[in-house]
Ligand binder design. Sequence first.
Ligand code: 6PG
Length: 489
Amino acid sequence: MIHQKAQFGIIGLAVMGANLVLNLVSKGFSVAVYNRTAQRTLDFAKKQNNSHIHPYYSIQDFVQALERPRKILLMVQSGTAVDEMIQQLEPYLDPGDILADGGNSFFEDTERRCTLLQGKNILYAGVGISGGEEGALHGPSMMPGGNPASWDCLRPFFEAASAKVAGLPCCAWIGPGGSGHFVKMLHNGIEYAFMQLIAEAYGLMRDLLKMSPDEISRVFGSWNQKELRSFLVETASEVLVCKDPESGDYLINRILDKPGQKGTGKWTLIQALESGSPVPVIAEAVFARMTAADKPRRMILHDILPGPDPEAAHASLSSGKKDFLEDLEKALYASVLCVYAQGFQMLRNASVQHQWELNLSEIARIWRGGCIIRADILTDLQNLFSQNPGLDNFLESRYFTQVLGKAQDSWRRVVCRGISAGISLSAFSSALAAYDAIRTQNLPANMIQALRDSFGAHMFERTDRPEGLFFHGPWHNSEAQISSTVYNA
Ligand code: 6PG
């Protein structure tokens, strides 16, 4: 029997890989599949029983079953598993074949693999894929980057598989090297911060207003009808009403407050530090997960460290619940805007640093559907960046300055209330602090410069001289006069 060659190959049949196979097959493509453990391939092929799915049990057979140039998507765990798979595939690949990695790989690994394989004329792409299991099956957001020569071949498959918004695929070529995976990493950083804000809003409603999960769900549901419309707010509303079949209680009440993390938030932070991009809300979100994960310590310190009386805080709000919820909605929206602003600014910095020429409008567009951080805000951002590609911080735009103007009083009231009640609002307060910092003409950072120069002669610039000229102050007895030495920056 002569088998037709398969148009596309996927390696790795865990849930994301398997769902992408089904997605592509549903679009009419034939897909060869391979998994490290043969049993999984066998089970998958048997369960699907679809003539467009071609299962293989050796790498060699899998590669040989593919149309040329071969197009292979790795859906294996990020890290060494990707390198091992590349090593196994390499002997069977020909120049011009395309290898793409759809996992959450670290972008520098993707850069390295791209360069390594370019030397062998294999076109490598690192593809950020967001949307979880459902997205993989029905349409994720896809962020491919790497060897640009791979794009023409990958494009029909990725565009067909990805989510569609306004008739357009949520997939666009991001740029060279590891840019696709970098953009996905940043997506996850925003995801961390957005989720932390949602958790804090939930905490305020639960602990300060003493609302039931059902009630809180309705609040998130109503917010999801307005500016805050987003996948995460909608999902928050949904998870709150899910019941635990075992106890009959709301499942949310039975979930231990010990969050996990796989590392993309941490990578975002490390990169932010490396590139000098302030993303404080993402940082707080990563640290907040760490603090929460250390439950034993919290249990001990709960009995030792004093805080305000939560009952008094609750009682003080009993008549102002409606107003507080209105404030909270505005505070959440303003904070979420700050998170996206910080994320997009980091993308802009990375684009300059790595010479990727990222198209921020396109990135906003492909995040409008399929991915975890999809939100109505992204439609505004797509338009703003397309009208003004050089826009540094989108909060500067007329539209958002007006939004923030209307929200800021509410935002401050929410943070003050939470802090007075002893409720940790690391993301809300960090977003507000960042907002206040970027709009302050005279920050007290002159004190930092004075201290640095005083103890370490690190020099400072003066308010009454041109920037770039550095001075040393007469801080100590031995230095009777301010140093006349001028150093050029
Ligand atoms: C996505 C998600 C996905 C995954 C995160 C979870 O875009 O589909 O971001 O990649 O859910 O990696 O990350 P943590 O385990 O670190 O929360």
